[in-house]
Structures are given as structure tokens and as C-alpha cells.
Design a protein around this ligand. Structure first.
Ligand SMILES: *[C@@H]1O[C@H](CO)[C@@H](O)[C@H](O)[C@H]1NC(C)=O
Ligand SMILES: *[C@@H]1O[C@H](CO)[C@@H](O)[C@H](O)[C@H]1NC(C)=O
Ligand SMILES: *[C@@H]1O[C@H](CO)[C@@H](O)[C@H](O)[C@H]1NC(C)=O
Length: 376
């Protein structure tokens, strides 16, 4: 527990403290902005974040260059200036690929030196001409062991090119990050961890989408932090990355700002692992936190549960059951990230928060943890 003296110190020193002096490093408090969600970049409260990922740029299947679609061009080119209005020190990264991009195109690009060069050079040009502070690779997912080897080579060449560009331009090097699977291996294939550790500033570990109502006929948390009965949990994934050799300070824990809605087979059986007949609504039951809050306020009998054993929230009303992260699970996950010595956390995605409740929770939790580490 923090003593009254510590609390006094925390608040009296607040304006004076340079957080990086105490922590040794700025914590990452990141979020993705997904333009296709329709949420305008100008509405982002960027004061709540250190890094904002702009999603997504594309990989052209013919030229293997990174491109921005015509529909995204105007908003992406203004993105950094827009979000820096409310927070001049926020850093922006251009995220490339995404869950619905074509993995074969990434695989082919990574397989040859000439196509890797097209990717790398075009990505750096785009980042500089659009004013981004960095680049984020979102290849979901490498599918063969040669993909994994080629990914390692790609990252080595990308880092070399970014370093060379910084030297010739005299500007700070672009940040390089990637959004990877929650664990250090995916479909039995190991990520090239030593290249990742050497060449990336950090990894966004996507610790969500573990279960969904369109393929799993029991209610569950899709983003639980702990599960003593399986290897499918955020903490298992983080441990696996660290055991594989990735530095803890190269990891950001993914937190979803959305949940999944299951249709209960029986309204009276409404706990975890209750039988379900499938998703509620479209999009495989995926539902943003803002819609979950509306659901709770529109259905007055909704019961909301926080399960601290696995770290999840869920709520139910009638035959609708929704597993999601609310303020309690966000607070617990950010504390876990700090205790584990991670770099920080990131969320997908900013457009579905509700009145900034989750963003503020994550932000205040990280500030408090940093301040406590200063006075301890
Ligand atoms: C994209 O935006 C940039 C910056 O505003 C502009 O120079 C360029 O012509 C645009 N490209 C397309 C294809 O619209
Ligand atoms: C993905 O890309 C490959 C290679 O360009 C192409 O052959 C394939 O049709 C694409 N798949 C989809 C679903 O677009
Ligand atoms: C919380 O989760 C644990 C582990 O799955 C379970 O044993 C317990 O019954 C759950 N509690 C509630 C209230 O859901």
C-alpha cells in the first residue's frame, strides 16, 4: 500500500516529474485508429495516449510497395497533424496489412531480396512524406517456416534501412514495431525471436480473439489474462515470448476495446463455459465497448460480472451473454504489464471506446504505476 507520505509526494511532485527519469523509459500507452470504423481522427482524445497506430496501409500485390488507398489518402496524410493538435508529443505509426489483408502477398514480398527492398523503401518514403514517427507491420500470419525465416531477414533489412535513412536525413530514426500473435509461435511455427528482439522497437502481442461464438459453442472470455487450464491466455502468451528470448521491455500487451456476444442455449445457465447456440448479431458476435454500454443501459436487468481469477468482465440479459474488457479488467491488465516489466500496452481500437472510459482507465493506471515506481 502507498503511505500517505507517498501519496503526498506523488501529487506534490506531479508537475515536476519527468516520468522517463524514474522509469528509465517511457511506457507505451498505445491505441490503434481504424479508419474503416468511421470514427474521425479529429475526435481522438490523443492526450490519453503516447502512440497512435494509423490502420491500415496496403501491400500492393504487383509492385510489393506499401500504398495507401485513395479512400484513406486524405485522412492518412493529415493524421499526424490532426492528432498532434491535442497532444503535440504523441507519436504516430503507419500500420501495414491487418487481419483482412492477403497473407500470400506478404509471404511473396518477404521471400526475395528485391521485393523486400520495394516494401522497405516505399514504407520509409511514405512514413516520411506523411509525417509518421514510425511503421508497424501487421502480417496476419506467416504460414510456413520459410515465411518465419524470411520475416527475420525482412526485419534485419528494414532496421538497416531505417538506420541509414536516419543518418542521411539527420532525423530521429523511425520506430519499427509489429503486431504479432499473442504467443511466440502461431500454428506450430516459431517467430524469429532473435531478429525481432534486435530489430524491432517493440511487439504488440494481440492477446484477444481467443474464442468467438461463431466457432466455439460455450461462452468464454476472448481475452482472458489467466487460464490455469490451457495455454490460451494473455499471460501464457507473454511468458512464451519472454521464454523465447524477447526482452520484456520489447512487449506491449494487447487489450481489446470490444467483446463477443454469445446466444445462450438456456437463459438460466449464464456463467463462463455455458452452452451457446452461436453469435448474437452480425460480424460473428463482435461488439464494441460503446455498444456494450448501450446494451447494458437499455436492458435494465443486465447483470455485470467481473471475474478477477481469469481477468474478464461479462454481462448477460435474457439469452444474450457478452464477454469483454471493462474498466476493472483494463486496470488489472495494465498493472500486470507493469509488474511483469513490460513496455506497456496497446488497445484495438480507439473508435469503440465509450466516453473514453477504457482509455482513461489505462492511462491513469499507467501514470500511477510509473509514479509509484519513482517514489519506491
Ligand atoms: C495523397 O495525399 C497527398 C498529400 O495530400 C497528395 O500529395 C497526393 O497527391 C494524394 N494522392 C492521391 C492518389 O490522391
Ligand atoms: C492473395 O494473393 C495471391 C497472390 O497475389 C492471389 O493469388 C490470391 O488470389 C489472393 N487471395 C485473395 C483472397 O485475394
Ligand atoms: C471465475 O473464473 C473461474 C475460472 O474459470 C471460475 O472457477 C469461477 O467460477 C468464475 N467466477 C465467476 C463469478 O464467474
Amino acid at each position: 500500500m502507498a503511505s500517505p507520505m507517498k501519496i503526498f509526494l506523488i501529487f506534490s511532485l506531479l508537475p515536476l516529474l519527468q516520468l522517463q527519469f524514474c522509469s528509465g523509459q517511457n511506457a507505451v500507452n498505445g491505441v490503434y485508429w481504424f479508419r474503416d470504423s468511421g470514427f474521425a481522427a479529429s475526435n481522438i482524445d490523443s492526450s490519453l495516449f503516447t502512440h497512435i497506430f494509423c490502420a491500415f496501409a496496403d501491400l500492393d500485390p504487383q509492385t510489393r510497395q506499401v500504398t495507401i488507398s485513395a479512400a484513406n489518402n486524405a485522412s492518412f496524410s493529415q493524421f499526424t497533424a490532426t492528432v498532434q493538435l491535442k497532444n503535440p508529443s504523441v507519436k504516430t505509426l503507419l500500420s501495414i496489412g491487418g487481419g483482412s489483408s492477403n497473407t500470400t502477398v506478404f509471404s511473396q514480398m518477404a521471400a526475395q531480396s528485391s521485393t523486400r527492398k520495394s516494401f522497405i523503401d516505399s514504407s520509409i518514403r511514405l512514413a516520411r512524406s506523411y509525417g509518421f514517427s514510425g511503421l508497424d507491420l501487421d502480417w496476419e500470419y506467416p504460414q510456413t517456416s520459410s515465411d518465419m525465416t524470411n520475416l527475420g531477414t525482412l526485419l534485419t533489412e528494414w532496421r538497416a534501412a531505417v538506420t541509414a535513412e536516419a543518418q542521411s536525413s539527420g532525423r530521429p530514426a523511425l520506430l519499427l514495431t509489429a503486431a504479432f500473435y499473442y504467443a511466440a509461435s502461431v500454428n506450430g511455427l516459431n517467430y524469429p525471436v532473435s531478429s525481432i528482439n534486435r530489430n524491432l522497437d517493440w511487439v504488440n502481442a494481440m492477446a484477444y480473439d481467443f474464442y468467438g461464438p461463431s466457432w466455439y459453442r460455450f461462452t468464454n472470455s476472448h481475452s482472458m489474462l489467466y487460464d490455469s487450464t490451457s495455454q490460451v491466455s494473455g499471460s501464457y502468451g507473454i511468458d512464451s515470448w519472454i521464454q523465447a528470448g524477447l526482452g520484456a521491455k520489447k512487449l506491449a500487451l494487447g487489450i481489446p476495446f470490444y467483446g463477443y456476444a454469445w446466444r445462450l442455449a438456456n437463459a438460466n445457465n449464464h456463467g463462463l463455459l455455458a452452452p451457446s447456440t452461436g453469435p448474437v448479431g452480425s460480424d460473428g458476435g463482435a461488439i464494441g465497448y460503446n455498444q456494450i454500454r448501450s446494451f447494458i443501459s437499455q436492458n435494465s436487468g443486465t447483470v455485470v460480472v467481473y471475474n478477477s481469477t481469469i481477468v474478464t468482465n461479462y454481462c448477460y440479459s435474457g439469452t444474450t451473454w457478452i464477454g469483454y474488457d471493462d474498466t476493472q479488467s483494463v486496470a488489472a491488465k495494465v498493472s500486470y504489464a507493469k509488474q511483469k516489466g513490460l513496455l506497456g500496452y496497446f488497445a484495438w481500437h480507439v473508435g469503440v471506446d465509450s466516453n473514453w472510459a477504457l482509455s482513461k482507465q489505462g492511462n491513469s493506471q499507467i501514470l500511477m504505476q510509473l509514479l509509484l515506481s519513482c517514489v519506491n
